[in-house]
Structure formats: C-alpha cells, structure tokens
Design a binder for this molecule. Sequence first.
Ligand code: OGA
Ligand code: MN
Length: 308
Amino acid sequence: MNVIPVHACLGARVEGVDLTMPLDEATFRAVFDGFQEYSVLVFPDQHLTDEQQMAFSRRFGPLETTINATGREDRLHPNLVDLSNVDPDHDDRLMDWTNRRMMYQSGNQLWHSDSSFKPVPAHSSALSAREVPPVGGETEFASMRHAYATLPDEARRRLHDRVVVHSILYSRSTIAQGLFDPAQEKGLPPVRQALIRANPVNGRSSIYIGSHAWYVEGMDHAESRRLLDDLIAHTTRPDSVYQHRWRQWDLVMWDNRCVLHRGRPWDAARHRRIMRRTTVAGDGPTAEPPYATRTAAWDGIIPGSVGV
Ligand code: OGA
Ligand code: MN
C-alpha cells in the first residue's frame, strides 16, 4: 500500500488497496493511521457496491442514519446518502438547481463539517463517485487543524472553552426559506459544540466550525458572526484548499472532526452526477451538557423556524 500526500496541508492518495474486499487487520491499521495523519484519503478505482461501501465505513464505527429531509437523500438505505441530480421518480430526468431537492443539496456547496448540527457529530464521511460530470462538481477540503496551528497565539487563546451553537435550519435558511416542513424542524433543535477539539489519537487540536455554526455562546451576535466568518475565511484561504477533481469510482474519505469541505457546482441541467455517502458516527458530544439548546434567540432569527 502506498500513501502519497496530495497537498501540503492535508490529504493523501492511497494506492494498492482493494476496498471491495474486507481489509485484513494490518491493512486496516495502515489506512487508520493514514486517516489520522492526513485527514482526507483518496482511494482511486474502487468499484464499490453500496453494501461494500457500508462495510468499509463500518470498520471505523457505527454508521449515522441520514436525516429525512427534502433531498430524499435516504431513499436507498437509512445509512446511505444518495447525492444525485437524477430523479428516479420521473424517468431519471435531470434535476437542475431550481429543483427543491437540488436546492436542499446545494447546502453542500457551503463550507461545512457533516452533521455538526447533530448532538453527536460525525466522525468521518466516505463519498463514492458513481457518475461524474465532465467539468465542475469538484469537492474541496480545508484543514481546521492547519487553521488552528496557523492562528496567532492570542487569537487561539480567545477560542478555548468557547461553545458554538450549530443548526441545520440556520445553514439552510441562508439558501432558501421553507426547505424543511415544521414537523421536521421540531426534530432538529440547535446543538452545542466545542469550538476547539483535539484528535483523541494524536492530540492535535483543531477549530470546529462550518456552515451550521450559528453563533458563539456568550458573545454579542454580530461579534460572534464576525468571528465565525473570519475563522472560515482563515481556514479556507485558497492555498490551504485541496480541490478534488473526481474520476468515476474514486472513494474519498475525510475526517469531519478537523476538515471542512464543500461541493462545487456543475451544469446539473446537462450532466449527471451521482455520489453515495456513508457517514461514521462520532463517539460522543463535543461540549458539556446540555447538548441541545433552545434559546429565545432561536425564534425569529431563523425565519420559518419553530414557533415563528
Ligand atoms: C457530502 C458533501 C459535496 C459534494 O457528501 O457530505 O458535502 O461535492 N458533498 O458532493
Ligand atoms: Mn458534506
């Protein structure tokens, strides 16, 4: 097995491993170590079935159940995200960006960490490219560990012990109103996450932010917005970003604990893009209880949210 770095800040390409077969302990260990070190692993040429992809991801831990939202992303299996612009309900017609399900999926084009809006956020995700467009539709990755390491000491000190409230209703509200129906909204209360996290294997610290990060507790709202926006900008400076240009049957796995990612647009009215994601659940909450929150600020700031 060869592990070849693809960028100075994060990411490595892993060659000489076949993920369609169960990995022996030594090979799994090497993949595990590469994952802790590089945060993003690219496995080219992995002709995976959905079952094989789930089996590979399960080696890292139990899989998350996909939330049932407008995207119908869970239509294939509760543990599988179907990211696609092909509409199986209408003769595989292509859905463009005006389609409500595509609008929901376009939330992936904001820098984010998967499931940071859940009380126990995701450990990692693995995305398999089943069909890719000829241009566009890349996925970009940025290291929140590198971002932490390159902050001035004083800025870093300000962030410790801070708690950030995350909400998918907040992040989706920046795209369009009414993407969730009120019954779904009730099941998605805002959650509290630590702003600084450390990898339990190697102790390396990272910032933990993204599109779902709504506000910093105990901070003036405008100041908190500025801080979160500045941290995203710092993390995603162009020279810190690894852009993955997909080839069919690439499998890319990333560490949601310390990586931000976003999808790039493509001509969805003309080209198919079919991806499948498995998501490994994290091993616990990141902040002290209470894990979920419902402040007075919740009502009203997000239009269309519970109680409005
Ligand atoms: C995801 C995601 C981006 C893309 O699957 O979690 O954000 O490029 N995908 O499809
Ligand atoms: Mn994502």
